[in-house]
Design a protein around this ligand. Structure first.
Ligand SMILES: [Zn+2]
Length: 186
């Protein structure tokens, strides 16, 4: 398997059983203090994320590492811009400790759900407890777009994906046949 391939629930032939089994797993808590294996996993996730210019965030299970690690852009920067180290963050064992505001509905995409966008309601403000990439405890507030991305990535750690939300689904016309095969009559 290509080590930097992002796992997907389906491909053009239909459901991708092998990838789905991994994506649906609950990821394991990372042991603290961070051991070598965990630090390697963090670095692999960062490398994979930086290789792509089409992702707002990436969760370790998406590259086949079922550990609670996520990486994401911490600003809503143009998707094609080259990311500098200050433009992204890593969270290990992230936990939402507080939410604020009324949920906002917006269409989201996911590298593991190719070709679709699905409307998902998320909190506009969250407080997170986690470890950073160096294994230091942090507690931090995130807003709006970044809060949405983090909630999306934390879902991945629980084996949950945007298809589990019953929001409206959008896809290109050329994918109609595949989508009705995947989701039934739409
Ligand atoms: Zn995703």
């Amino acid at each position: 398997m290509d080590k930097n391939r992002v796992l997907t629930l389906w491909d053009d032939d239909g459901v991708n059983e092998k990838d789905t089994a991994v994506l649906r797993q609950k990821s394991a808590e990372v042991p603290v203090p961070l051991d070598k294996e965990s630090l390697n996993a963090v670095q692999t996730l960062i490398d994979c994320f930086l290789e792509r210019d089409d992702a707002s965030g990436l969760a370790a299970p998406q590259i086949g590492i079922t550990k609670k690690i996520i990486v994401f852009r911490n600003k809503n920067v143009g998707e094609k811009e080259k990311l500098k180290p200050e433009d992204f963050e890593v969270l290990i064992n992230p936990r939402i400790t507080q939410t604020r505001g009324e949920k906002v509905t917006m269409a989201e995409g996911c590298l593991s759900c190719p070709d679709v966008q699905i409307e998902v309601s998320r909190f506009p403000e969250i407080k997170i407890r986690a470890l950073n990439a160096r294994g230091e405890k942090i507690s931090k507030r995130y807003l709006d777009y970044v809060a949405r991305v983090i909630q999306h990535e934390i879902d991945h750690l629980d084996g949950k994906l945007i298809v589990d939300y019953e929001g409206d689904i959008y896809y290109p016309k050329r994918k109609e046949q595949l989508m009705s095969k995947l989701f039934g009559k739409t």
